[in-house]
Design a binder for this molecule. Structure first.
Ligand code: A2P
Length: 322
């Protein structure tokens, strides 16, 4: 039950990171300030969240006049789906580095196994109606090789992947082992087989949407009409939380930690930010872990399967689940 994953070369990746999706610039700057104050050092960003510059400003403020503080941080960002072509990788990476105002990135991930059409100067292009144009020419292995090459510059310490299924993970690993796999994992979508495969391969798993991502669930509900249960209100979670005098969010995060994975909860509320990292002074019992483990709904519990992107079913990497 270590607080860190130890990566190749000895770098430490904190097992609780701070998620930054769905926060406006103003919210994010304040939230990151609170997060750093609360002790978060791992921050998860992405150009598709459209707030890397705001994150960069908050980091700059925290690092202040003491550049050696940068080394305390573990900053993750991602290759946007609009950049999933070998010839675009360097350009995308440079854009993130510039927007974050950093000299190097700790972990750079391929955000998705599929691609959106590239529009020059815009790595997350949208149609006028807000939809994305899917590019069906993705060569995942070629993109991975280009991402691996970034390491030669010394500007990225580790590279990894996100949103891959087991087959894709194995395919990528046959070229070079990713330093991390970031996927949707939470109580109702526990990804047991994928986590077991990654663990067997020695790849640390990072759970996104560990609290069930209400923002994402609401956005999808609006598109598809499907209802998503509120993980923070499930009776078993409430009962266990009460027993430990903790909050439901802390129970969900502890469940992830005790499964041996990392989690990147997002919050813009200072109290909840603090709560989500105050996890190292209590533990769920074996019985509680077993009860929570049995609540997995497998694929039915998944919130984000990307099938809402028009034409994505024709993509060579589809479906993205197992
Ligand atoms: P808020 O930002 O207002 O705190 P996820 O990390 O799974 O994507 O979930 C993020 C969602 O969960 C956000 O809506 C966030 O709202 C909410 N959230 C984050 N931390 C907590 C917490 N400790 N208790 C209740 N809700 C939380």
């Amino acid at each position: 039950n270590e607080e860190y994953f130890v990566l190749e070369g000895g770098d430490r990746m904190p097992r609780i990171g701070f998620g930054t999706w769905q926060a406006t610039d103003e919210e994010l700057e304040k939230a990151v300030e609170s997060a750093l104050e609360a002790g978060y050092r791992h921050i998860d960003a992405a150009p598709v969240y459209e707030n890397e510059k705001a994150l960069g400003r908050a980091l700059k403020k925290w690092i202040g006049a003491n550049p050696s503080r940068r080394k305390e941080l573990f900053i993750v960002t991602k290759l946007p789906p609009g950049g999933n072509r070998p010839d675009l990788v360097q350009e995308c990476f440079d854009a993130s580095l510039r927007d974050l105002g950093l000299e190097y990135i700790d972990m750079y991930l391929i955000h998705t196994p599929f691609a959106f059409e590239h529009v020059p100067g815009d790595f997350h292009p949208k149609n006028p109606d807000g939809s994305m144009r899917v590019d069906h020419t993705t060569d995942l292995i070629a993109v991975w090789k280009a991402v691996l090459k970034l390491k030669e510059s010394g500007k990225v310490r580790h590279v990894g992947v996100s949103n891959l299924n087991e087959e894709q993970l194995k395919r990528i690993t046959s070229v070079a082992k990713p330093a991390c796999l970031q996927v949707e994992v939470h109580l109702l979508c526990q990804q047991k087989e994928l986590v077991a495969t990654a663990t067997k391969l020695g790849i640390p798993v990072v759970a996104y949407s560990p609290l069930g991502s209400k923002g994402l669930a609401d956005a999808l509900s609006a598109k598809t009409g499907r209802e998503y249960p509120d993980l923070l209100q499930l009776p078993a979670v409430l009962r266990i939380a009460e027993r430990h005098a903790r909050t439901p969010a802390q129970v969900l995060l502890r469940h992830a930690l005790q499964r041996g994975i990392a989690a990147i909860p997002k919050s813009t509320n200072p109290q909840r930010i603090k709560q989500n990292i105050s996890l190292w002074d209590f533990a769920l019992t074996e019985e509680e872990m077993a009860e929570l483990s049995a609540m997995d709904r497998g694929e039915d519990g998944r919130i984000c399967d990307f099938s809402f992107f028009i034409g994505i079913d024709k993509h060579p990497e589809f479906p993205f689940k197992k």
